[in-house]
Design a protein around this ligand. Structure first.
Ligand SMILES: NC(=O)c1ccc[n+]([C@@H]2O[C@H](COP(=O)([O-])OP(=O)(O)OC[C@H]3O[C@@H](n4cnc5c(N)ncnc54)[C@H](OP(=O)(O)O)[C@@H]3O)[C@@H](O)[C@H]2O)c1
Length: 290
C-alpha cells in the first residue's frame, strides 16, 4: 500500500498526529445483508479493500458491530500486515442482537470488551482512532456521556487507543467529551439532503477537528433530488459523484468514508469526488438541504 495518494481528491487532513487522505473508505457495506454475517462474495470484499489500498486510501472506517466482527476480520485478511500509513478508525458502543438490531452497549465493561475484540480482529496492539458511538436506533439522543467516554480515556491512557472521537453525538455531547479529553473527529449522519450538523461542522472546522459524515450517499436509501439530478446531468456525472464532490467543497474538515461493496463503484467514487463544481452549481445544491 502507498502513502496517502496525492491523486485522491481533496488532499489530506490530520487526525491528531495521523495524516489521512480526505477521501477514505467506509467498510460497513462489506458485511452480509443488513450488516449481518459474512459477505456473499468473500473474495470480492477482499478485492474492494485491496483496491482501496492500491488507490492510496489510507483511512478505513469500520466497527466491531459490522457483521458483527466480520468487516474487521476482512480488513485483517486483506491488508495485514499493515503499512504505517494505514489508519483504521473503529467504533465501540453498540452490539447486535439476533435480529440484526443495534443495541447500545456503553457500560465501561462493554467498552473494554469491544476494544479488546477490535484489537484481536484487526490484529493490532493499539487502535489509531476509536469513536464512542452514542444514540440508539433512532439516531442521536441527549444525555451525559461522561461515564462511557471516561472509560475510553482510561483505555487510551493504557496505550490501547491513540485518539478518540464521538459518533451519533449532539453538539452538547461533543462539548462534554472535549471537556474530558481531546477528540480528533466527530462522525455523524450528514449529506447534501440531511444537514442538521451545519453549525457543528463549522464549529469543528474552526477548532481543527474532523467531521466525518456517515451516509454521505444517503446510506441504505440513495440520495434523490431533482436539483441534484439536474446538476449531475449538466455535468455529465452521476448524482453520487456530485454528492461527494459537494461534501469535499462544503468544509475542509470533512473527511469522506463512502461505503461500497463494489470495486467499480469505489473507483467511480474516487473519480467522482474530484468533480469541479462552479459557484452556480454549489448554490443550486446548497438549496437542497434547506
Ligand atoms: N457512526 C455510525 O453510526 C455509522 C452509521 C452508518 C455508517 N457508518 C459508516 O459510514 C460509512 C458510509 O456509510 P454507508 O456505507 O452506510 O452509506 P453511503 O456511503 O451513504 O452509501 C452506501 C451505499 O451506496 C451505494 N453506492 C456507493 N457508491 C456507489 C456508486 N458509485 N454508484 C451506485 N451506488 C453506490 C452502495 O452500494 P454498493 O455496495 O452496491 O456500491 C451502498 O448501498 C459506512 O461504511 C460506515 O463505515 C457509520
Amino acid at each position: 500500500m502507498n502513502a496517502p495518494s496525492a491523486s485522491l481528491p481533496g488532499g489530506t487532513w490530520t487526525l491528531g498526529d495521523l495524516t489521512v487522505p480526505r477521501f477514505g473508505y467506509g467498510a460497513m457495506q462489506l458485511a452480509g445483508p443488513g450488516v449481518m454475517g459474512p459477505p456473499a462474495d468473500h473474495d470480492g470484499a477482499l478485492a474492494v479493500l485491496r483496491e482501496a489500498a492500491a488507490l492510496g486510501i489510507t483511512h478505513i472506517d469500520t466497527a466491531g458491530a459490522y457483521g458483527p466482527r466480520v468487516t474487521n476480520q476482512l480488513i485483517r485478511e486483506a491488508l495485514h500486515p499493515y503499512p504505517a500509513s494505514l489508519h483504521i478508525v473503529t467504533k465501540v458502543g453498540a452490539v447486535r442482537d439476533q435480529q440484526g438490531g443495534w443495541i447500545p452497549a456503553r457500560q465501561p465493561e462493554d467498552l473494554r470488551r469491544a476494544v479488546r475484540e477490535n484489537l484481536a480482529d484487526l490484529g493490532l496492539e493499539s487502535l489509531d482512532v476509536v469513536n464512542l458511538r452514542l444514540g440508539d436506533a433512532l439516531g442521536h439522543q441527549p444525555g451525559s456521556i461522561a461515564e462511557p467516554f471516561e472509560a475510553l480515556v482510561e483505555l487510551q491512557q493504557q496505550g490501547l487507543i491513540r485518539h478518540l472521537g464521538v459518533s451519533n453525538a449532539t453538539a452538547e455531547q461533543v462539548a462534554e467529551a472535549q471537556a474530558i479529553a481531546p477528540i480528533v473527529c466527530v462522525q455523524n449522519m450528514y449529506n447534501l439532503a440531511y444537514r442538521q450538523d451545519d453549525e457543528l461542522i463549522d464549529d469543528l472546522a474552526a477548532q481543527g477537528i474532523a467531521y466525518v459524515p456517515f451516509f454521505p450517499l444517503g446510506g441504505f436509501t440513495p440520495l434523490q433530488s431533482t436539483a441534484l439530478s439536474t446538476v449531475a446531468t449538466r455535468l455529465d456525472a452521476t448524482p453520487m459523484s456530485v454528492a461527494l464532490a459537494w461534501l469535499l467543497r462544503r468544509s475542509p474538515n470533512i473527511l469522506l468514508i463512502p461505503g461500497t461493496s463494489s470495486v467499480a463503484h469505489l473507483r467511480e467514487n474516487v473519480t467522482g469526488a474530484g468533480l469541479p463544481l462552479s459557484d452556480e452549481e454549489l448554490a443550486a445544491l446548497d438549496k437542497i438541504g434547506h
